[in-house]
Design a protein around this ligand. Structure first.
Ligand code: SF4
Length: 617
């Protein structure tokens, strides 16, 4: 619930540097694990179960969003269309024609469910309607994911449906409590059309109604009304991603609640888990809920605490209540998290600052019930055990400073990965501007002495929303192209890519340092331990299929992805295993914001230097 959004004037942290409960939990599980995933950006294998959880949650939220007074049990899943949001997650104006609930005729009173059993039957039918498209969307996302792993054929749709239905039954218990309490203290305000600042997503515009709520009756509360009144706040499944976070007033922490129940005049936060809850992560969920309680407290001027914290385990249908911390505990949690943020996000720690020291595995039985800890160490199941000294990896990857590649006449010098820098600041004069791509010119060339380069504007705004091109691009205009990503394309042209970290400025200050276009090294040789390989493919705009392959490698100074068209890789790619040491020669460099990537082309070479089992290739 975006109770407190980022305040652009005072937000010195920025959207990418806030701490989250999951980051804090990852660090506490193992500092090296946090470093690998948050600094080196290693991505764990994306198995279907991760996507199933998202589909189950989405389907549940779509059922909660439906109204038994507007949508019949057999209506298609899109009967209540998406609500209109702006890019930043703010709702469109009340007058916007796309608010979907307003465009539906309410059902006649006798057509609405009139008992828990009827409501339950209606809700079950809605679950069956919403789950298949949600699963289909997630299957597509899984198929596109370069770290896709496992087999979608193993997804048990019946089990998924059961989990959604279990979640709906927990909600129906709330609806029943609300019904039995005569609608609770907020019923008359709801009937009069009052809406809270952050209403539960229901397809109506956010402001209060000018008159009574269009679904209100005027006698004793009905079951259909209880569904409306008890509906919790949740992330509208059609809202733009990452816009529904609550943000700490000092901007260093953020969290996205799953459900917030408010019908009885208090606030209770629920986290949905499409799992059994019988493993170590159940310990993290408790911490997450305590962090959310802190977030609620500080975003309500430290005057309001939540009344309850619940974890809903949908696979072993059970609700785990987490004790609400006292105000003193909430202040302590806040202090600890702020200390952690300072350690991790204010300045990025080094690999050495994040030792391979995993905490013991905790034991839980189904439903998140504490149990005897299993006899295992965290590293045994860790995705990074092949490259981490906590697993079977070396203390530090040992990479020589040069290497004899087969067929090369001399030793190839190897650069440390941490020293790769694709960025350059250059001066030049606009030589030509051709075509337009929406707001920006399609092709811009600059000249610097006798050399020329193409400016490729791929981001028109930085992360703060500031324009990356601060000058009108016309022939003859002197430019300072700051921090552009330098590469050479297949035609041999120099390309200066403008991403969110680059700028095109008017060249007015001769004291600004800049480089010659030909000073910049275009090709690089690196070596490192293979963390994983990946593949991705799709259909291009012309209808042709494309396919790319890549690998994540690390040395003692850093980690980077190296990626190229599938056909450009040599035969060694298919022999590579996690933990092998490889040399990659004649790579270009590419970057997007702080991510630097090696670009493998037909002219590049991959060679396995040493096998994970110690043999030399
Ligand atoms: S292998 Fe062990 S020490 Fe290394 S990152 Fe994983 S959990 Fe941490």
């Amino acid at each position: 619930m975006p109770v407190h959004r980022a305040d652009a004037q005072h937000d010195v942290v920025g959207p990418y540097n806030r701490l989250s409960a999951s980051q804090a939990n990852t660090y506490l599980a193992c500092p090296r694990l946090w470093f690998f995933e948050k600094v080196y950006r290693f991505k764990m294998p994306q198995i279907p179960v991760l996507f199933i959880g998202r589909a189950v949650e989405e389907a549940l939220c779509r059922v909660l969003r439906d109204s038994p007074s507007l949508v019949s049990a057999s209506a298609p899943s899109n009967a209540l269309g998406p609500s209109p949001f702006l890019e930043d997650g703010q709702p469109e104006e009340e007058t916007h024609p796309a608010w979907p609930a307003r465009n539906l005729m309410p059902l006649f009173p006798h057509e609405r469910p009139s008992s828990r059993a009827e409501l339950s039957e209606w809700a079950r039918a809605r679950c069956a309607m919403h789950l298949p498209p949600a699963l289909e969307r997630m299957k597509e996302a899984w198929e596109k994911d370069e770290r896709r792993a496992g087999d979608w054929a193993e997804v048990d749709e019946a089990m998924c449906l059961e989990m959604v239905v279990n979640g709906v039954h927990f909600h129906l218990d709330e609806v029943e409590r609300c019904f039995e309490k005569g609608g609770g203290p907020l019923l008359s305000a709801w009937r009069c059309g009052d809406r809270p600042l952050h209403p539960a997503p229901d397809g109506y515009p956010f402001p209060s109604f000018a008159e009574n709520h269009p679904l209100a009756t005027d006698a004793g509360i009905t079951w259909a009304e209880a569904w409306e009144v008890a509906r919790p706040w949740f992330v509208d499944p059609d809202a733009p991603g990452f816009t529904m976070n609550a943000i700490h007033p000092e901007h260093w922490f953020q969290g996205e609640y799953d459900l917030v129940y408010r019908w009885d005049g208090t606030a209770r936060i629920v986290d949905i888990k499409a799992s059994l809850g019988a493993n170590d992560r159940s310990g993290d969920y408790v911490e997450q809920m305590r962090d959310y309680a802190m977030l609620w407290y500080v975003t309500h001027e430290r005057k309001e605490s939540v009344a309850g914290l619940e974890i809903w385990y949908l696979k072993h249908p059970s609700i785990k209540s987490v004790p609400v911390p006292s105000n003193e505990e909430l202040e302590l949690i806040e202090g600890e998290l702020e200390g952690l943020w300072k350690r991790l996000r204010q300045q990025t720690p080094s690999l050495e600052d994040c030792p391979p020291s995993p905490r013991p595995v905790r034991g839980f039985s189904a439903g998140g019930v504490p149990a005897t800890a299993p006899d295992e160490v965290r590293c045994e199941r860790c995705d990074w055990r092949a490259v981490c000294p906590g697993g079977s990896g070396p203390e530090q990857p040992s990479i020589p400073s040069s290497y004899q590649l087969p067929g090369a006449s001399s030793l190839t010098p190897l650069e440390p990965i941490g020293s790769l820098d694709p960025r350059v600041t250059v001066r030049g004069e606009v030589f030509s501007v051709r075509g337009r791509h929406g707001q920006r010119p399609a092709i811009v060339h600059i000249k610097q002495d006798t050399y020329d380069a193409q400016i490729q504007i791929v981001a028109t705004e930085d992360s703060e929303g500031q324009s990356t091109v601060e000058v009108e691009l016309e022939r003859g205009v002197p430019l300072l192209v700051r921090n552009a990503v330098f590469s050479v394309n297949w035609k041999g042209e120099i390309v200066l890519k403008i991403d969110p970290m680059a700028r095109v400025e008017h060249d007015t200050d001769p004291s600004e340092e800049s480089s010659s276009l030909f000073d910049k090294q275009a090709k690089h040789n690196i070596a490192g331990m293979v963390v994983y390989t990946y593949e991705k493919s799709g259909i291009g705009k012309t209808g042709k299929r494309w396919s790319r392959k890549g690998m994540m490698i690390m040395d003692a100074t850093g980690a980077t992805k190296v990626e190229g068209w599938a056909d450009d890789w040599n035969h060694q790619y298919d022999l590579v295993q996690e933990g092998d040491t490889v040399a990659l020669a004649n790579l270009g460099l590419d970057a997007w914001a702080s991510d630097v990537r090696g670009d493998y082309t037909r002219q590049s070479t991959l060679h396995i230097m040493e096998r994970v089992n110690g043999s030399t290739a």
